[in-house]
Design a protein around this ligand. Structure first.
Ligand code: SAM
Length: 211
């Protein structure tokens, strides 16, 4: 099995962990917090966060067979008991085959995929998140119709050259999509390298109302 390496995960994982710890660090629940990671990629985030937060049960996923193989290779190598074997999951599916989770985590997907992936992500979040469940969404975002840095503007142009359906997304448009699925943007964190970590919460009573 081939372990893939995404060097950026080594750079962004500690700042992301600091925010996950602030939100999820002190659990008083006897049972594990159920986390579903969407688009786990290599699997390196999954191993790092599952190891640092042992009271979470981390479920990685990805639609790409090569990524699923890499995630599994990293998982087996880690020996972590709170890290589940990866599942094949395309967010655009109408049924994720998941019953209910407390937390969704997604990094670096919605700009490297067509807008339908963002739509699928939030529709699925509305379906599978437990009441008051959280969605952590990491990546670059435009704010107020502008890029937040020249490097993001160049990255956006490069993405659109590779695929016209890709591109850095507008935070306001993403927040509106979330609201339509019953999720509120409760926190926007500025992260290194001009990224953001957005935190959304499913409003109480919104569970399974999203279409
Ligand atoms: C740039 S990688 C990011 C991987 C990892 N989250 C990270 O931050 O290193 C984008 C990932 O999104 C996944 N992806 C693309 N379209 C998707 C979809 N429709 N549903 C779920 N995952 C998708 C790809 O397979 C890939 O693993």
């Amino acid at each position: 099995m081939t372990r893939l390496d995404a060097p950026a995960t080594a750079r962004n994982r500690a700042p992301i962990l600091a925010i996950l710890e602030r939100w999820l660090g002190a659990s008083v629940r006897p049972d594990p917090i159920r986390v579903l990671e969407i688009a786990s990629g290599t699997g390196q985030h999954a191993v790092f966060f599952a190891e640092a937060l042992p009271h979470l049960r981390w479920q990685p996923s990805d639609p790409d067979p090569a990524h699923l193989e890499s995630i599994e290779a990293w998982r087996v190598g880690s020996g972590l008991e709170n890290l589940a074997a990866p599942i094949a999951l395309d967010v655009r599916a109408g049924d994720w085959g998941i019953d209910s989770v407390d937390v969704l985590f997604n990094a670096n997907m919605i700009h490297i995929a067509p807008w339908t992936a963002a739509e699928g992500l939030f529709a699925g979040a509305g379906r599978v998140l437990a009441p008051e469940g959280l969605l952590f969404l990491y990546g670059p975002f435009r704010v107020g119709d502008r890029h937040t840095a020249p490097s993001n503007e160049a990255f956006d142009a490069d993405l659109r050259r590779r695929d016209p359906a890709w591109g850095v997304r507008d935070l306001e448009r993403v927040a509106a999509l979330a609201a339509a699925a019953g999720l509120s943007l409760v926190e926007s964190n500025d992260m290194p390298a001009n990224n953001k970590l957005l935190v959304f919460r499913l409003a109480p009573g919104q569970h399974r109302l999203a279409t």
